[in-house]
Design a protein around this ligand. Structure first.
Ligand code: GLC
Ligand code: CA
Length: 553
């Protein structure tokens, strides 16, 4: 049954073990700490956790530089702790996805160490080498401004090696069948330990041709099918959620025309348009981006997000649009990064304005796809711009008003906990928000419940309606005789509009999913609605009792 595809309607929560909860008091988050917080996550209503890298690593790129794929970094615990965690998650109906970082290894990985020491090493061809510095070595850096080149000379190897990212992250030669076999082995290993799949890092680079002669790297899409088949043979309901910031015309190549490649991809296209819409109060480019990404195989799904652990990448907006987003959300140079993005968290970008925060999350939860929430977003955590690069948005979770926000009993947390001011742990923390029915945390819990009660969003056909105001985005989802309408006013002013465009000929009753109120068309057939500034509403179309109306199938 197609309804069995759990990821079509999941609520994903992304977290880093290192900064979530420290149980043993050494200042570093760990699996035992995370284990103790599983009931918190279950209470929030999330049903999948995406763990950022936790494997053994020198930690120069927050774990995205792995030196042992088959272990837990000892700072976070042991493999035993990991299995306790996946078991605990499973008991609570929560699935676990983990980061799979196989475009490159750490330069401290034994494979690279062996490869560089001896031209005849069996690992030499696991990496990408060149005798001379290739002509395009100063092109295609992922971290411009910080990263100077993509080819660096290794004195021991007496050759240059290729690195799409930092120089301590040598690229794996993914075209080598031995490397491909190893990638499958890594996936198989973690599947046995209880995960339901992988957030695959940097997918377009993993499958790109690599080498000194390559000027326009072609993607080897077959590789995606190999990964997919392996996963499904080993564990039928496991998935890959691909990090692939690609243009809409390439989407189908990643999903596979027959849905035989990646099950999920992050929707970077919609993400950027969404921030532009929030910055400009113009919903039209967002509507267009949604439209452009609607088409995909039925079994595929988008991952929708607002902010993640990286910078908000605005690289695909027009120059004018990008400047608008910078101006509204990151005017200071210190808030910007890599010439293309903003490194702040969402809450400070929106100046903590609850109306706009709710609007933004309501959008993320109701656009076509599966929402991916970042830890701390549920309490509107802030950032610390004094930390370098992307670390500003990776500070420890704020649990309480205890020292260091209750994250650790140690005086030296791995990253400083945000302290003082509106976003400091003294004001922004889980403990206080739990007790306050109007808090962001309790609002988020209600939003998650509402999303679960509207499976049409994950499954249904989405239609973009045009209620005649450029700042209003209205979507209708139809699925098996059930319909949901979600309407967002991006304007800073109240608006009145006619929603009869989204309703059937006879006019249908709209039941507000949040407050149960209902509205109908007037005698002339118009369905007038008045929305306050930044208001959002989710409606079920038809019958008096929406739970009754929702037919179980
Ligand atoms: C991805 C990750 C990023 C990391 C990079 C290199 O883009 O999201 O955090 O630095 O890959 O692995
Ligand atoms: Ca610890």
């Amino acid at each position: 049954m197609i309804n069995d595809l759990w990821y079509k309607n999941a609520i994903v929560y992304c977290l880093s073990v290192e900064t979530f909860m420290d149980a043993n008091g050494d200042g570093i988050g760990d699996f035992q700490g995370l284990q103790r917080r599983l009931d918190y996550l279950a209470g929030l209503g999330v049903n999948a956790i995406w763990l950022m890298p936790f494997q053994t690593s020198p930690g120069r790129d927050d774990g995205y530089d792995v030196s042992d794929y088959y272990n837990v970094d000892p700072r976070y615990g042991t493999l035993g702790d990991f299995v306790e965690f996946t078991h605990g998650a499973k008991q609570r109906g929560i699935r676990v996805l983990i980061d799979l970082v196989v475009n490159h290894t750490s330069n401290e990985h034994p494979w690279f160490q062996d490869a560089r020491s001896d031209p005849n090493s069996r690992y030499r061809d696991w990496y990408v080498w060149s005798d001379k510095k290739p002509a395009n070595a100063d092109e295609g850096m992922v971290f411009p401004g910080v990263q100077k080149t993509t080819w660096t000379r290794d004195e021991k190897a007496k050759q240059y090696y290729f690195h799409r990212f930092y120089d301590f992250q040598p690229d794996l030669n993914t075209a080598n069948p031995h490397v491909q076999a190893e990638i499958l082995k890594i996936m198989g290993f973690w599947l046995q330990l209880g995960v339901s799949g992988f957030r695959m890092d940097a997918v377009p680079f993993v499958i790109a041709e690599k080498g000194p002669e390559v000027t326009k790297p072609k993607e080897q899409f077959d590789m995606l099918r190999t990964f997919r088949e392996f996963l499904q043979w080993r564990l039928g309901d496991s998935i890959i959620l691909a990090e692939a910031n690609v243009v809409p015309k390439d989407n189908v190549k990643y999903f596979g025309a027959d849905g035989d490649r990646m099950q999920m991809m992050f929707n970077f296209h919609v993400n950027q348009a969404l921030f532009y819409a929030l910055a400009s109060s113009d919903a039209r480019p967002l509507a267009k981006a949604v439209e452009e990404t609607l088409e995909h195989p039925q079994t595929a799904q988008w991952g929708l997000f607002l902010r993640n652990h990286d910078e908000l990448d605005l690289g695909r907006l027009s120059e004018k649009q990008r400047q608008k987003v910078f101006q509204e959300f990151g005017p200071d140079k210190s808030m910007q990064l890599y010439d293309r993005g903003i490194r702040r968290r969402l809450a400070p970008m929106l100046q903590g304005d609850r109306r706009r925060l709710e609007l933004a999350y309501s959008l993320m939860f109701s656009l076509p796809g599966t929402p991916v929430l970042r830890y701390g977003d549920e309490i509107a955590m802030g950032d610390d711009l004094s930390l370098p690069e992307r670390n500003c948005a990776r500070t420890p979770m704020q649990w309480s008003t205890e020292p260091h926000g209750g994250f650790t009993k140690n005086d030296k947390p791995v990253l400083p906990v945000i302290s003082g001011g509106a976003f400091g742990f003294q004001h922004t923390n889980v403990a206080d928000q739990r007790r306050d029915p109007n808090s962001m945390l309790n609002w988020m819990e209600r939003l998650i419940r509402m999303r679960k009660e509207a499976p049409e969003i994950g499954w249904g056909d989405c239609k973009i309606l045009n209620p005649g105001n450029n700042g209003v985005l209205a979507l209708r989802y139809d699925w098996r005789d059930n319909s949901v309408l979600v309407v967002h006013n991006l304007n800073a002013t109240p608006v009145e509009f006619d929603l009869s465009v989204g309703l059937g000929d006879k006019g249908e009753t709209l039941i507000d999913l949040a407050d149960g109120g209902n509205s109908e068309a007037d005698e002339t057939g118009k369905h007038r609605l008045l929305f306050e500034a930044y208001a959002y509403r989710w409606y079920r179309v038809g019958g008096l009792d929406y739970l009754l109306k929702r037919k179980e199938v």
